[in-house]
Structure formats: C-alpha cells, structure tokens
Design a protein around this ligand. Sequence first.
Ligand SMILES: Nc1ncnc2c1ncn2[C@@H]1O[C@H](COP(=O)(O)OP(=O)(O)OP(=O)(O)O)[C@@H](O)[C@H]1O
Length: 932
Amino acid sequence: MYAFYSLLVYIFYTVFKKEEEDALETACGASSDESGPVSMETGCQRKDGHTSKRGKMASAQRNESSSSSDSDEMSLSDNDDDIAGPDIPACTPLAAFLSFKQEAEKRRASQVQLETPGKLSESPLVAVMSHLLTFLEQYSHFQQLQHQADQYRVQLKRHRVQHRRQMKALRASYRQRLRDKNSIITSLEEAISQQQTPSPLSEGEPSGDAGMQAGVHSLVESLYGLQGERSKLRGELRLLHSQLEQKERDRHSRIQAFQQQIDELKGCIEEREEELSRLRTATGATDSEKRVLCLSAENESLKQNLSVTQGLLQQLSTIPSQSSTMLMKENESLRSRIQQLELSLQQRSEQLSHLERRSEQSEWRRGEELRKREDRVRELQLELDREKGKEPVVKYVTQTVEVESPTTLKHLSKARQRGELLSEKLANQNERCKQLEEQIRKSDEHSCNLQHKIAAYEREISKLREELLKEIGHLEEKKEEAVKAAANCSPEHFQNLQEQFFSLQTRLTALPPTLRCMKTDYASLRSQVRNFSDFYGAAISDAKKQISAAIIEMSEANKDLLEKYRKEVALRRKYHEQLVELKGNIRVLCRVKPVLKEDQQHNEGQPVVVTTDPNNESSLSVLNKGKGRVFEMDKVFHPQATAGRGTTDGPHVFQEIEPLVTSCIDGYHVCIFAYGQTGSGKTYTMEGSVENPGINKRALKHLFSEIEQRKDMWSYTVTVSSVEIYNEVLRDLLSKDGEKLDIKINPDGTGQLHVPGLRVIEVKSFQHIKKILATARRNRITFGTQMNQHSSRSHALLCITVEGTDLATGSKTTGKLNLVDLAGSERVWKSGAEGERLKEAQNINRSLLSLGDVIQALRARQAHIPFRNSRLTYLLQDSLGKGSKTVMVVQVSALESNVGETLCSLKFAQRVCKVELGPASRKIECGGGVCD
Ligand SMILES: Nc1ncnc2c1ncn2[C@@H]1O[C@H](COP(=O)(O)OP(=O)(O)OP(=O)(O)O)[C@@H](O)[C@H]1O
C-alpha cells in the first residue's frame, strides 16, 4: 500500500511538475518576446529554488543596468519601459491535490482505526504527505515573499525614476519661470526708464499726472514683488543646486570607494597571478613557458646591459677627448722642453766639436812633426843601411804610425758625428753615452798601443845603438889592423887608408849627436803622445760630464713623462678590461673551414650548406633538409678569414684573441679552446703552419712584445708546460719518457691544482718558445681516420703562466693562458673507428660531454660544477670557472656531408653562448696575500 501511494505521488508530482514547467516556458517565451530580459528572470525561476542560466544572465544584465542607472539617468529612462512585474509560478494544483490526498488518507486511517483499534493512529504515508505539504506551503510562502521583494524593488526603481523625472521637470520649470520673470523684469525696467526719461514735449506740462504716477507706483511695486519672487526662486534654485551637488559628491565618494575596491581586487588578482607564475616556474609550467620566462628575464638584463653599455660608451667617447687635450698640452710642454734640451745639447756638441777641432789641429801638428822626424830617421836609416847593406828596420814602425794617425782622426770624427746624433735623438741618450765610453776606452787602448809602440821603438833604437857600438868596435879593430898593415904597406897605400880612416872618423864623430838628437826627438814625441792622450781624456771626460748633466736633466723631465705614461697604461688597461667585459667573459667565435681541393676530391658534387652573411659578422645559416637555420655567435669568421689580424675587411681570428692575451699579462686567467668535428680545422686554428702560424704562436709573440714594451715598469717571468689527455690519461708533451701524470691539490695550501712531475720551462724569448712548441707537436698522438689523415686523438693543452712584478710598488700578478686544441668530436660510426680507436673515440666524446656538462652547470649557476668528471675539465678548473675569461672557437665544415656534425657543434656553441661567468678578476698579490 505504501509503495502504491508513493508511486502515485511520484506520478502526480511528475505530471504537475511538467505542467508547471510547460506553463513557465510559455510564460518565459511570451515575456521574452514582449517584456524583454527583466521578465525572463522572474518567469524562469524553477520550483526547486534554482534560477535558470538564462535567468541568471538576465539578472546580471538587470543588475548592471540598475547600477548604471544610478549614474546614468538616460540609460535608466531607456530601460524604464522594460521594468515589469514578475509572474508568480502556479504551484497550487499540487498543494490542492496533496491536501485532498491527505484528507483522504486521514479518513482512511480513521476508518482503519475504527476497524482495528489496536493499530497506529496515523499511517507513515500521511506523515510523509504532511511533511511534503508543509514544505510546499513554506516554499510557496517563500516564493510569495520573493515575489513581493521583487515587486518592492521594481516599485522602488520606478519611484526613483519618477522622482528623477519630477526633479528634472521641476528644475526645467523653475528655470523657465526664472527666465520669464527676468524677461518681465527687464521689460518693466525698460518701461520705467522710458517713463522716467523726461520727454521734450512734456517739459512745459505740469508734472503731477496722478494716473500716470499711480501706474508707475503699481508697476514699481509689482517690480519689487517680482524681484522678491525672483530672489526666492533663486534661493530655491540654490538649494536645489546644493542638493544636486551633495548627490554628486555622494556619487563621487561611491565611485571612489568602488574604484578602491576595484584597485584592491586588481592588486589581489596581480598577487594571484604572480603566485601563479611563481608556482608555474617552480613546478607545473612547460619547458617552453619556462624558456619564455627565462628569455624575458634575459631580455631585461640585456636591456640593462645595453643601457649600461651606452652609458659607458658615452663616458668612453668623452674621456679620450679630455685625455687627448691633456696629452696635447703635455706634449707641447714636453716638446718645448725637448727643444730647450736640444739647444743646450747643440751648444755642448758645438763645444765638443770645437775641442775636437783643436785636438785635431794639435794632432795634425804632431803628426806633421812626427812625419818630419820619421823622414829624418828614415834618411839616417837608409844611410846606415847603405853603410851596412841591411834591410830598413824602422819601416814597420813608420808604417804603423802612418796607419794609426788617420785612424785616430777617424775616431775623432766619429765621436763628433755621434755628438751630432746625440742632439738629434734624445731617446737614445744612454745608448750613445755607452758608445762614447766605448770610444774613450778604445782611444785609451789606442794611446796604450802607441806607448807600447814607442817602447818598442826605443828598444829598437837601443838595439841599433848596440849594433852601432859593435860596428865601431869592429871598425876600431879594422883600424888597428890597418895601422899594423900600414906599418908594412907602401906610403901611397898608407895615405889612402889614412884618408879613409879620417873620413870614417869624422862620420863616426858625427853619428852620436845624430843618435842623441834622435833619442831626444823620440822622448819629446812620447811626451807629446802622452800629453795628447791626457788632453784627449780630459776633453772626453768633460764631454761625458756635460752629457751626464744633460741626461740627468732629461731623466727629470722623463720622470713626469714616466708618471703620465704609467697613468695612461693604467687607464688603457681599465678600458681594455671594460671592453673585454662588455664583450662578455665567455665568447663564442665560429670559423668556417673553406672547401679545399682534397675535400672536393672526396666529396665530389657536394653542395655547400653553411653560408655567412657579409653584412652581419655574428650570424651564419645552415641548410638542412631544405630548412634553413640561423645561429647567432659573438663573431663568425667566413672561410676566407686569415689567422692573423688581417688587412682585408671582416673579422680575422687573432684580432679577436689579442685582447685576452693582454689580459693574461695583466693577471687574468684565460682559456682559449678550439671545438669541432674531426678535420674541421681545430689544429689549423690553434697551431697553424710554418708560413701561417695559429693562435698559439701569435699569442706568445704578442705576449713577449707586450712584455718588452712594459719592461721599464714591470718585470715578468714566463713559464710554459704542455700536456695531452689521451684516453683519460695525462701525459707530458715536453718530456721524452711520456710518463703518466696525475692532478693533485697543491700542498702549499692555496687550494690550487698542480701536476706533480710536469715539466715547466721558463721561457726567455719567442725563439725559445718556438722550439718548445715544435717538441710538443712532435710528441702529440695523431692517427689517420676516415675523416682526417692526421687526426689529433687527444686534447692538447699549452699552459702559459705569466708572473709579473711591478717595479715601483712590488705588487705581483699571476696570469694564466690555457690554449686547448680539443680532440675531434666526430660520430663514432662516421669516423670508422674499431677496437682501440673505438675506445679512443668513446673517451673523446665522454670528455667533451663532461665539458658540456660543466658549461651547462655554469649556465644554470649551480652550486656544484662537475669539474672532476673528466681530466680535461679538472685541469681547466681555474680557467673555466668564475672570474675567468673563456673563448671557444667552434670549427665547422661547410659541406653537406658534415651537416649533422655542424649542427651539433653549433648547438653546443649556442649553449655556451648563454653562459655568464660574471666579471673576471685579476690575481694580484699585495704583500703576502692575494687581493683580487
Ligand atoms: N681555414 C683553413 N684554411 C686552409 N686549410 C685548412 C683550414 N682549416 C683546416 N684546414 C686544413 O684541413 C685539414 C684538417 O685540419 P686540422 O687537422 O686542423 O683539423 P682538426 O679539426 O684538428 O682535426 P682533428 O680533430 O682530427 O685533429 C688540414 O690539412 C688543414 O691544413
């Protein structure tokens, strides 16, 4: 029974509900057609208390229009016709049915109670019914209330509209009345003025026309009355105005409050959005979104960098002009100083030349005398020779004297020339002084030689004398013999012999004075020579004094110059560092290998897929499977670019490297490495050939020339070591035994790495380093692969350490330059590697991969950088990390057969491009510690 009733109730309920809904829908349709959106809302309300979607929208629209109506009168008046009373849904048939059912059930229950007095007084169905009924009653009551509320709301709106209309009409009528009154007043005033103006015709007439006066009075009274009314109306109008203003103020305050709320809401929304974006970047965002965020952040930083760069550029453009004017001034003052010094030097050189002339004259005079005496000696000698039938003995001596005198003169003329040169070239003062000293030394030597020669000459004379004495003795003997013979010979013969004897005797008596005279002559000659050397030495020392005074003067002037030079050098270094930092402390350069003859032989008909843009030095495009891809680098070297600085347009390799080598001398850690597939030209770029040297040689040449330029202020020590990493084993390329080496932490407590047993050579000159490079090249492991006849199978590192000491302050710098020629990054299958070669290729790829990981970690600013994952990265730790400067030269082939490797290399390069190492730091030691 219970189930039956329930079913019945359900059926009826559904039937009635359907009826109601149909009725509602027809009402909705009708009202939407006739009354518009407002009637839709109330007409479409369901029985279960839910408003339909359309109803909600309509309500929203109505709310909007009502809110806007407060502010906009016109819009309200437009919608005014749309406001209509809501229809109440009919739910009474169900209630009637239920009450009827309840009655029937009650009756049935009373009958059952009468029949079976022991059972319950009320059945459960009746209870349910009664509950349902009360619910429906409550619901209908609620709907009625809601309906009433809606009606009130509509009425209120109508009243408000009516009120506004009334107000408007009232204001209009007041204005109209005011205008009317004003016009009346003005007409009356005009009339009065006409009345009061005496007419020329009425002048002679009596003034007191009673009718006229009364009219005028009444008019004046009415005028006063109108004026009073006007002022009253004005007061009312003012009141209305103030009311309106008050309302306007209220409206404004409401708008402001509303605006505040909107702002608060906006703030909330922004906060939410921020939180959302934060959450997104932290967790759920896609890679592309993250990338977009990162890129926008990078963009921002780039913009900032750009503005900083522009500022710096401006500064840089102003500072050189200032410094150039300062330098010009200084130059002028220095020039005038130099001119003064040149003048004084000229004077000194004139004095010197005067002295030289005098000495030349005296020399010449002495030479003349010497020649005369020599002639005499020669004559005597000839006589003696004639007597004795001997060879001329003094020939050698006279010849030497003849030769030596002009050489002395020559020396003197040279000295004069040098003196003149001294005045011309001030910068070579010290050099010339040395030359002069040398000359003095030579002249001293020469005078010494002369003394020796005089002594020899004296020795020769004494020998001659001895011989002469012997000859005399001999002649005496002959004489005695002759006397003895004369005692036995005839008187004629005796007489003849006597004559001969007497003549010989006279000659003999004549000989000693000649000899004496000769002796005295030589003594005077000797003293003259001695005097000459003394005189010459005094003249030279005088000149020396004058020159040293000039040098002191010059060095005083030089001090200022030196100081300025120091400042200029410091400024240049600063700008240089700024320039390098602006360019970025990690730079990626790309070099495209030209298509060589041998490449054409192996790859006949292969098209070129890598193209460079002559108008854009930092991009290159790669064509792969018909699609072009553009890569951006810091610099792209087209295939015709040379290894050096270049004379043609476009970038040349060393031009980009040079500033970093200079940085190394200034105490920075620099790492330059070549990366790329086998045969792409890494070794060509780093080592080069004899006729076309690569980065290594050019860097060292530049290093030594820079050191030479700074030698007045800095002293440098350059040490070199070279290692190769083959199959993850470290080998010394400068030692013959090829022992395995290991990387350890330096026990000196600095925390730096060192390789025990590694040969470190101190290099004094560029010529020396050439030999070292050749040794390292010879010892490196190379094999032929399918891709390169002489493929380098190991990573080769040339480590140059430059320790500098400031001569003025004593501060020390330590710069490091690591030049790395990496092994080829080819694909294993493509290189045709097997067995040992395969292991080799795998090791190469592994270490390159760890280099990539290190760069990735640096890029992500990770706390831990995996330097220790390979020997290569471990060894380069202090030149790859923070505070260092790194340049990667990516080598690529332009041929289509290598496009895969080319793309891989370029993608790796682009990853490196994004790494920021932060500002580089100088390694300077002040006293005991390190002060970067
Ligand atoms: N820019 C260039 N101009 C002229 N010749 C070049 C250039 N680049 C490379 N070559 C030539 O290409 C050949 C291979 O170059 P190289 O040995 O330098 O390649 P690699 O990258 O070092 O190879 P691997 O990694 O196998 O050692 C050499 O004969 C070299 O002379």
